[in-house]
Design a protein around this ligand. Structure first.
Ligand SMILES: *Cc1c(COP(=O)(O)O)cnc(C)c1O
Length: 375
């Protein structure tokens, strides 16, 4: 048995739930009123003020619901095409497909892993209604480039900001650019409400649309105006989210400090994640490339990091969406070469705010040992 096999596992992610969150939940439970109510309303206002420059926010029961309802409120449906990246979590394209519209996959830029405006431009057709970039791993998408393509072709712009709470592009927060922007509040995201999503809305029409759709199409009880769902957030979840909102900035600073440390420690061994000028990165994931690796070689690196060095790490995402059984019917005729290479080469290393200095040293030493030795 090697010495390292006795080390504790460094988790890839660790949600931080404190006594304040537990007290907040207890307060709601004690009130006896647990469904959507005053906690949700307060969470929406506070989230808007802290994270999206005051834009109207509407809370829902998951990030996926937020995308779905945002798309529906923006009028997306059968006959429309929405251009999305293939290199993302399947929820992005799932939400488009669930409206009856067609997700059209475009390629990404090699540095940030985000939608490439030139590839988006090449994917525009008569049916294109919108483009929905993802701010993947917490790095903002190229909003100027994508905004120019959208303006040129009269497309709506939406944002999947599930992984990017607090990231900024040219000084403005992500989630403040699109007709709507969605933030996930799943436990492994940069902040959580247990499950949940927040939709940041460009105007009151979109906000009203999302509010109606999350509540069976009702503003007034039993006066249903549109066909809707029950995608409401509970006051229990909102109470957790409100506490986390007060902590997310500090955690983001710690994520950035951890990333800066890893950048220096891993330079020359793997391709560390660059940050584009005018952007701030919130490091939902710290994702490196094992340049030139095949998927099998990369998978061996991941296995060695986990099993020999006890470093939790992930591959986000090993299969591009257009190659998933569920979404392959939407696969484009064109190849997506940058997406294919990213899916083979990426590894996300621990960067979460609970890492100790010793943990960071172990992560760096492990990567040096496994990749520096030739993988
Ligand atoms: C997490 C995530 C979602 C979905 O959010 P849920 O809260 O899990 O429904 C959507 N898009 C991306 C890019 C995500 O990472």
């Amino acid at each position: 048995m090697t010495e390292t096999s006795e080390l504790p596992m460094i988790p890839a992610a660790r949600p931080v739930i404190g006594v304040e969150e537990r007290a907040a939940v207890d307060r709601v439970l004690a009130s006896g009123m647990v469904a959507q109510g005053p906690e949700v309303a307060a969470f929406e206002e506070e989230f808007a003020a802290v994270l999206v420059g005051g834009r109207t926010c509407v809370a829902v029961n998951s990030g996926t619901s937020g995308l779905h309802l945002g798309l529906l409120a923006a009028g997306i449906g059968a006959g429309d095409e929405v251009i999305v990246p293939s290199f993302t979590f399947a929820a992005t394209a799932n939400a488009v497909a669930l409206t009856g519209a067609t997700p059209v996959f475009a390629d990404i830029s090699a540095d940030t892993f985000n939608l490439d405006p030139a590839s988006v431009e090449a994917a525009v057709s008569e049916a294109t209604a919108a483009v929905m970039p993802v701010h993947l791993y917490g790095h903002p998408a190229d909003m100027d480039g994508l905004g120019a393509v959208a303006a040129e072709h009269g497309l709506q712009l939406f944002e999947d900001a599930a992984q990017a709470h607090g990231a900024t592009y040219q000084g403005a927060p992500v989630g403040s650019f699109g007709v709507f922007g969605m933030f996930s509040l799943y436990p492994t995201k940069n902040m959580t409400s247990g499950e949940g999503g927040m939709v940041s809305c460009a105007d009151e029409d979109i906000a009203r649309g999302v509010r109606l759709l999350r509540n069976q199409g009702m503003e007034r009880q039993y006066a249903n105006e549109v066909v809707g769902l029950n995608n409401r957030m509970t006051d229990i979840h909102a109470a957790i989210g409100r506490v986390q909102l007060g902590k997310v900035w500090g955690w983001t600073q710690q994520r950035r400090a951890n990333a800066a440390w890893l950048d220096e420690a891993l330079a020359g061994v793997v391709v560390t994640p660059p940050v584009r000028e005018g952007c701030t990165h919130v490091y939902h994931q710290y994702t490196v490339r094992v340049e030139g690796a095949s998927a099998a070689e990369r998978d061996r690196v991941v296995q060695a990091l986990r099993e020999e060095h006890r470093v939790g790490c992930g591959v986000y995402y090993p299969t591009p969406n257009h190659q998933l059984v569920s979404l392959a019917r939407f696969a484009p005729a064109r190849e997506l070469p940058v997406t294919a290479r990213a899916a083979a080469e990426v590894i996300s290393l621990p960067v979460h705010p609970s890492l100790s200095e010793g943990d960071l040293e172990r992560v760096a030493a492990a990567v040096h040992a496994v990749v520096g030795a030739g993988g």
